[in-house]
Design a protein around this ligand. Structure first.
Ligand code: SF4
Length: 477
């Protein structure tokens, strides 16, 4: 059996802070890991100076993606899952004002972020999102460590020490899966839907209670991010003067309805008009709201990345408020298990990093995840689930990444709405099809996505050096 890393649903759906999983969440995690490393080597107390170098895509779009802010927060010991979002600005201001940083909330040293976080245009060989942390010690020695943010908040070192552990976990899986064909074979052999196969694998990593409470938390964050986005007006930060649209869209859609919590809100939406145009608007509104929250450094669930965080929740919300008013947590759970598994197939067979594959790797994958999950939720067979996923990706192939000003706003926010609508359409087409006659298997589209990624000019891979990013000037916005 070929060895491959074990990827859990909780690797694909992670709670984090916007605006980017590869450029914000990943560097944040890398900074935390570096601090951990210093402690393990027993040299943390000796650190008297630090320097951080950001390379390649992390440098080219790092400012717009708040990479420097994320690194500083990680160095301070804050966690992206639990940090109070409202504290981000004051904490960063404190570092800038005092020209000091409190490492891991334990040790204060001099730190001038302008000079000590360097944006280098050069690319490191291992991956386009490289970063190096350097520390000067009291005894005059130096220590250096490099990390790579490979998309979706995943961080690796070149030697990939973690890979061994992950492979061992893979070996423990009752249903080890690398490709869609293997997933389908297990479904057939066991006569089970995809979600049941994925659940068995998850259960080899953690108890079912832990799985349930983890997925409930993920759904809570997803719902809250939609709720927050729909109830926050104003302009997004970053200088593009992007107006937050979900607030007005939502106001027109919801009318005078009264509610006091995200759950009550969901119930109220179930009672609203459901003509085709309204459905389109609601789904777009859900997707846009999440990505407006993401763009303002808010809390969202990476699915599979932050830039594409709106697609999966928007489609799940569509299912809950339009398709199935009787849906329970069990339906949400199945939806997420399928979405996570499809995302992991793309990560194993291609990439979920825009710096490696452009936007097809972000919005394309999120749309494929959502399409598959919706199809199973609506009663589709495993073949139809995979077909829906394939259709959704097929019509995102070649999609480039060209965020204006390096900010995850234009085209990113709208793109989530388009990904969500395509996912719903892909699910409907698959549900109406004889999937045994599908001409393009999911594995082939994953391989095609990867080939397309390799052929794509680097200026379309999260560098803001091509496409809309160069055609539209910041001064026009
Ligand atoms: S264009 Fe797509 S891949 Fe690039 S930052 Fe925006 S959402 Fe992410």
């Amino acid at each position: 059996m070929q060895k491959i890393e074990c990827i859990s649903v909780f690797d694909m759906l992670k709670v984090g802070v916007g605006p980017s999983s590869s450029h914000t969440l990943g560097p944040w995690r890398a900074a935390q890991r570096w601090i951990e490393e210093l402690k393990q080597k027993d040299i943390f107390d000796q650190v008297e100076s630090i320097h951080i170098d950001l390379y390649g895509s992390l440098s080219l779009t790092g400012k717009g993606h708040a990479t420097d802010i994320a690194v500083m927060l990680g160095l301070c010991g804050f966690d992206p899952v639990t940090m109070d979002i409202d504290q981000i600005d004051p904490e960063i201001q404190l570092i800038l004002d005092t020209r000091t940083i409190r490492l891991n909330n334990e040790k204060t040293i001099h730190f001038n972020s302008v000079e000590q976080i360097k944006f280098n245009r050069k690319f490191l060989e291992f991956h386009p999102n490289g970063m190096t942390f350097r520390a000067g010690l009291i005894n005059g020695k130096k220590t250096v460590s490099s990390f790579y943010s490979i998309g979706g908040g995943f961080v690796v070192k070149e030697e990939r020490k973690n890979a061994k552990k992950k492979m061992e976990s893979f070996q423990q899986f009752p249903f080890p899966i690398e490709k869609a064909t293997e997933l389908l074979a297990f479904c057939k052999a066991e006569n089970k839907p995809i979600s049941a196969i994925v659940l068995e694998n998850e259960k080899s990593l953690r108890s079912e209670e832990e799985i349930d409470s983890g997925l409930k938390h993920i759904w809570k964050v997803m719902l809250e991010s939609m709720y927050t986005g729909c109830h926050t007006e104003g302009t997004l930060p970053g200088g593009l003067n992007v107006h937050r649209r979900s607030f007005d869209m939502h106001k027109r859609l919801i009318g005078d309805a009264q509610y006091n919590s995200p759950q009550e809100w969901l119930e109220v939406i179930r009672q609203t008009e459901v003509k085709f145009r309204q459905i389109l608007k609601w789904v777009s509104c859900f997707a846009i709201s999440v990505n407006e929250v993401n763009a303002s450094l808010g809390r969202v669930v990476t699915a599979p990345t932050n830039g594409s965080a709106g697609t999966v929740p928007a489609v799940l919300m569509y299912y809950l408020v339009i398709e199935n008013h009787e849906a329970t947590f069990q339906d949400i759970k199945r939806f997420m298990l399928v979405a996570g598994e499809i995302g992991s197939l793309f990560k194993k067979g291609a990439t979920i990093s825009a710096a490696m594959g452009g936007c097809q790797a972000e919005i394309g994958v999120s749309s494929a995840m959502a399409a598959a999950a919706l199809t199973e939720a609506m009663g589709g067979t495993p073949e139809q689930v995979l077909m829906a996923s394939e259709i959704a990706m097929e019509h995102h192939l070649g999609l480039t990444c060209d965020p204006i000003g390096g900010l995850v706003q234009i085209p990113c926010i709208e793109r989530n709405a388009m990904g969500a609508i395509k996912a719903i359409n892909a699910a409907e087409i698959a549900m109406e099809s004889d999937a045994s006659k599908a001409k393009v298997p999911l594995d082939k589209v994953i391989a095609t996505m990867w080939d397309t990624a390799k052929d794509m000019n680097s200026k379309y891979k999260e560098t803001s050096e091509g496409g809309l990013a160069v055609k539209v000037n910041l001064s026009d916005c």
